[in-house]
Ligand binder design. Structure first.
Ligand SMILES: Nc1ncnc2c1ncn2[C@@H]1O[C@H](COP(=O)(O)OP(=O)(O)OP(=O)(O)O)[C@@H](O)[C@H]1O
Ligand SMILES: [Mg+2]
Length: 442
């Protein structure tokens, strides 16, 4: 790209003049307008790489201008300037395809950094467009679903993939949170950079901090040499923080700072380091509740919540069930109508992962090409379940879990490997649950 071409729209004349002069001095070609209507006529006559819009404009506002811009020049990278307390508008702008937003008051350096990023993004898009398409297909993971809500999620994912803004993915266990996190990565211009995942709930606080940010030699007993953290390993790519709701509060402070500036310190180090990563967090908890309960920092929640993908549970998108079944059952096998009906009735506490495991087992157990209801093992469990549907809907999740585990265990005659397989959890995890609920073979 030669000199990048910018269009700036702001109704504050003095500020506008200042910006235009400054950016021209930096070597950009700059056009400007004081209202959306003038901006649109400029857009109809000239191609731009970057657009910078104030959200508050007279008559037609910045959001409407953003929409119009995307119709006229879809490739343009739009930066939005937002005022105080307009976080909803910022979210809306990101959904409509804005590249990034800056909250006022911002300083010129921040603006210049944002512009540089947008220019880099545009250059990459142009260079990698065909490349990206290949990668997109090459990463043969497919996200299946035609439920309207689910499709809207996919669209949003695609739209925000290239932006740097953090994304929060919420959904029950097995709904596809990690799959969406990967989509955000592989559908972006970071596809060839690393995708690094870490489970924030699996490690004690100190170890987690050192995993995440690294440590220097002597930082703690056993730290025999300097170690890079995962944020450094993810530089240029995506950091996926799984089970984010379980992150210790002390680390949440450090994470917030990292999200805001890209800066961090290795454990035991005095030096600041900086990387550029896109952070995606996932949780199967209700983070808003965790905030209310004091387990999750409110400021971090707001920082993460600009773009939120909430994946609906499988039982709420029954139209996807058939699609997913066809996706998972291959080798010319089919399901008997009875098996199909059984699945349609089932409530899938383990969502898509559970369906996948269930069908894998069904394929194994089936004798001919047809998978019968009995091959799903679920059949008997389900028959029992159906009788007390009402109690099920009214009992706690824990009770439900306990009863379900108990039923599966008795169904497979307490073979724990089999039971873990059915439940879609590790054997270790199952042992923990058996202990927790004090389950005993009868
Ligand atoms: N829409 C979908 N299309 C195809 N496969 C899917 C879909 N949703 C989930 N899967 C598959 O289901 C399995 C579980 O998905 P994933 O690991 O992303 O779930 P998760 O929400 O991260 O679960 P957990 O909360 O247990 O970590 C994976 O094998 C994934 O590929
Ligand atoms: Mg997961």
């Amino acid at each position: 790209m030669g000199a990048a071409r910018l269009i700036i729209v702001d109704d504050e004349k003095d500020l506008l003049e200042l910006l235009v002069n400054r950016l021209k001095r930096k070597g950009y070609d700059v056009d400007f307008a004081e209202n959306a209507e003038d901006a649109i006529s400029l857009l109809q006559n000239q191609f731009y790489d970057i657009a910078i819009y104030d959200i508050r404009l007279p008559k037609m506002d910045g959001i409407t201008l953003l929409k119009e811009t995307k119709k006229i020049q879809p490739e343009i990278q739009v930066l939005m300037l937002t005022g105080h307390g307009t976080i909803e508008t910022a979210i809306e702008a990101m959904k409509l395809g804005a590249f990034d937003y800056l909250a006022k008051p911002y300083n010129l350096t921040e603006l210049e950094i944002a512009i540089t990023k947008a220019v880099e993004n545009k250059t990459l898009i142009e260079k990698n467009d065909s490349m990206r398409k290949i990668i997109k297909q090459h990463n043969s993971f497919q996200i299946i679903g035609k439920n309207p809500h689910f499709k809207a999620l996919l669209e949003l994912t695609e739209r925000v993939a290239n932006s740097d803004v953090p994304v929060l993915i919420e959904g029950e266990s097995g709904t596809g949170k990690e799959l969406f996190a990967k989509a955000l990565h592989y559908w972006s211009n970071r596809a060839e950079e690393p995708f690094v995942a870490i489970n924030s709930g699996a490690l004690p606080e100190q170890l987690l901090e050192s995993e995440l940010f690294g440590h220097v030699k002597g930082a703690f007993t056993g730290a025999n040499q300097d170690k890079k953290g995962l944020v450094e390993a993810a530089n240029g790519g995506t950091l996926f923080l799984d089970e984010l709701g379980e992150m210790p509060l002390v680390l949440q402070v450090k994470l917030l700072r990292f999200l805001e500036t890209g800066e961090f310190r290795r454990v035991g180090d005095v030096r600041e380091r900086k990387v550029h990563v896109r952070t995606v967090g996932a949780t199967n908890r209700h983070l808003e509740k965790e905030v209310a309960n004091g387990n999750f920092r409110e400021d971090l929640y707001y920082r993460l919540n600009v773009v939120r993908l909430t994946i609906p549970p499988l039982r709420e998108r029954k139209e996807d069930l058939t699609l997913l079944i066809h996706h998972f059952v291959k080798n010319g096998k089919t399901l008997s109508p009875e098996a199909m009906a059984t699945l349609q009735k089932y409530h899938f506490p383990g969502n898509v992962r559970e369906l996948h495991h269930l069908l894998e087992r069904g394929v194994l157990l089936s004798k001919g090409d047809t998978i019968e209801a009995d091959d799903l093992l679920l059949a008997n469990v389900q028959k029992v379940n159906l009788k007390d549907v009402t109690t099920y809907q009214l009992c706690t999740l824990e009770q439900l879990e306990k009863e379900h585990i108990e039923k599966v265990l008795s169904e497979v005659e307490w073979n724990k490997t089999k039971a873990a397989n059915v439940l879609g959890v590790s054997v270790r995890n199952l042992y923990r649950k058996i202990e927790q609920y004090q389950l005993k073979e009868k």
